[in-house]
Design a protein around this ligand. Structure first.
Ligand SMILES: O=P(O)(O)OC[C@H]1O[C@H](O[C@H]2O[C@H](CO)[C@@H](O)[C@H](O)[C@H]2O)[C@H](O)[C@@H](O)[C@@H]1O
Length: 312
């Protein structure tokens, strides 16, 4: 199997051997320096081994593209794409997480050939504003915007949004994002020493709202209604809505980077159909079968898929 070539530079073993000192530092420091260098080299080697092991279990969807195509042969590919960290890079300001025009064209190309859905934690309108492609299905608020909760829960959420905004104002850098049926409390710009305090504040606000629960994403606390409705349900709902319920001839491909995407990966595993692709540079516990390192590889994968359709 092809191993990942783009192993990150900071993980690589030091290029230089231990330096030679003439008079300074003294022998004891030399030993300490040599031990530190050996230690960090061993750490790097262990990290590389862990990464290689993970790549054996979750090979690159690009390197194994022909195998993916082989598995999809004769079946209807249905594409599911997470937004943040999959189609757009992770950035500090959630409102600036735009996708590039090249990525938009790649998604458009796929959507012209395969039924395609965006499944995001963001509210549907916001993710649509970023993607701006009319020909797609959109599932916002972790899929809740397909099967919307009641007006009463929306009202409760507006209240909790105000309460969270007020109570987290004391933590510099914390921001609250209203995702219509869900809320996000961002801490990417909060000093690490304050993370615990922020979580405690959020949890204390949520005590008054037993119908809401908290999950964690990439430097984000996500608050959602405690109903069994996640990206996995959204995937099943969208397959049914597109007429693929109980079909053996469907090959869903779900690409995502975060914990909430795991619900969709698990659904695919239990269906025994299609594949999940995790977008990650580092080894992570996942139910996805394949991996891609970053959004630029997602774009390349989408381009390959479009080309494969032209080959048919
Ligand atoms: O399901 P997704 O489309 O991946 O949405 C999950 C959350 O994504 C956004 O937050 C993440 O991306 C931000 C912009 O790059 C980054 O600043 C933040 O740290 C990440 O967690 C979005 O803002 C959240 O509302 C979504 O829940």
């Amino acid at each position: 199997m092809t191993k990942h070539s783009a192993f990150s530079a900071e993980d690589a073993a030091p290029a230089q051997p231990a330096r030679r000192f003439t008079s300074y530092p003294p022998a004891s420091c030399r030993t300490a320096a040599a031990q530190a260098a050996t230690g960090s080299w061993l750490d790097a080697a262990a990290r590389r081994a862990e990464h290689d092991d993970w790549m054996e279990k979750h090979p690159s969807a690009l390197a194994e593209f022909e195998a993916v195509l082989g598995a999809a042969k004769g079946k209807q590919v249905v594409m599911f794409l997470d937004y943040d960290g999959t189609l757009s890079p992770i950035v500090k300001d959630p409102d600036s997480a735009v996708m590039t025009d090249e990525m938009r064209e790649a998604v458009r190309g796929v959507a012209e050939r395969f039924p395609t859905a965006i499944v995001s934690g963001r509210c549907r309108d916001k993710v649509f504003d970023f993607v701006r492609l009319a020909e797609l299905y959109y599932a916002g608020s972790h899929g809740m915007d397909i099967k919307g909760p009641t007006a009463q829960s929306k009202h409760a959420k507006a209240k909790v949004c105000r309460a969270l905004t007020a109570s987290t104002a004391a933590i510099p850098g914390a921001t609250v994002e209203n995702n219509k049926f869900c809320l996000s409390v961002h801490f990417r710009c909060v000093q690490e020493e304050k993370w615990r305090a922020l979580e405690d504040l959020v949890r204390s606000v949520l005590k008054d709202y037993p119908d809401l629960h908290l999950t964690k994403g990439r430097k984000v606390l996500e608050i959602r209604p405690s109903i069994k409705w996640d990206k996995g349900n959204a995937l099943q709902f969208l397959l049914e809505a597109q007429g693929f319920a109980d079909s053996n001839n469907v090959f869903p491909i779900y690409i995502g980077d975060d914990r909430t995407d795991e619900d969709a990966f698990k659904v695919l595993r239990s269906m025994g159909q299609g594949i999940g692709i995790l977008v990650s540079k580092i080894p992570k516990e996942t139910s996805a079968s394949y991996s891609l390192q970053e959004p630029s590889e997602v774009k390349e994968f989408l381009h390959k898929l479009v080309k494969s359709k032209q080959r048919d």
